[in-house]
Write a protein that binds this ligand. Sequence first.
Ligand SMILES: Nc1ncnc2c1ncn2[C@@H]1O[C@H](COP(=O)(O)OP(=O)(O)OP(=O)(O)O)[C@@H](O)[C@H]1O
Ligand SMILES: O=C(O)[C@H](O)[C@@H](O)[C@H](O)[C@H](O)CO
Length: 167
Amino acid sequence: MIIIVMGVSGSGKSTIGEGLATRLGQPFIDGDSLHPAANREKMAHGIPLDDTDRQPWLEAIVATMDEHRERGEALVLACSALKRRYRDFLRGGHDDVRFVYLHASHALLVERLGHRSGHFFDPSLLDSQLATLEEPSAEEAFRVEVGSTPAETIERIVRALVCAVEE
Ligand SMILES: Nc1ncnc2c1ncn2[C@@H]1O[C@H](COP(=O)(O)OP(=O)(O)OP(=O)(O)O)[C@@H](O)[C@H]1O
Ligand SMILES: O=C(O)[C@H](O)[C@@H](O)[C@H](O)[C@H](O)CO
């Protein structure tokens, strides 16, 4: 199974994705590490990415998923996956992809991004992330509120994934 932890910047994709991978004993890849340099540069200058910017990045993520599939390896990925069509592209017709949507209140996002340093993302981009976000339906993703500790959030995700497998 390939689990994609999605949501806007600051929702905790890297933190929860990495913790979830450790908890499941699976490899973790942060989608941010697959952005072309031009995308990082844009975001660092406070310029939101558009569909054209995101296309090579989504392709790189799909290529990474395919490499793991070929090796028969599970994978946890962190990727904003803001629009439905990005999620469809990432799923690519495979039935082994599960999306986990991290939902946080606006106030919590502002607080978290304000505290974070040493990251290329300009916190002022949060509004554009929220405007771009097409929230996934319950069929598309398991939605989890991220107000609690990472450990609690991870356990809720694990329980939901186990239930989905047993159904
Ligand atoms: N459950 C949590 N409780 C408190 N702080 C958290 C929690 N999860 C994440 N954080 C903090 O919030 C900030 C954003 O988290 P993180 O970098 O994981 O989000 P992200 O969605 O990956 O963001 P980006 O897409 O911008 O990389 C970090 O400083 C992180 O330490
Ligand atoms: O789709 C996007 O606009 C980007 O993926 C962003 O979400 C960033 O990668 C990330 O949030 C920065 O940390």
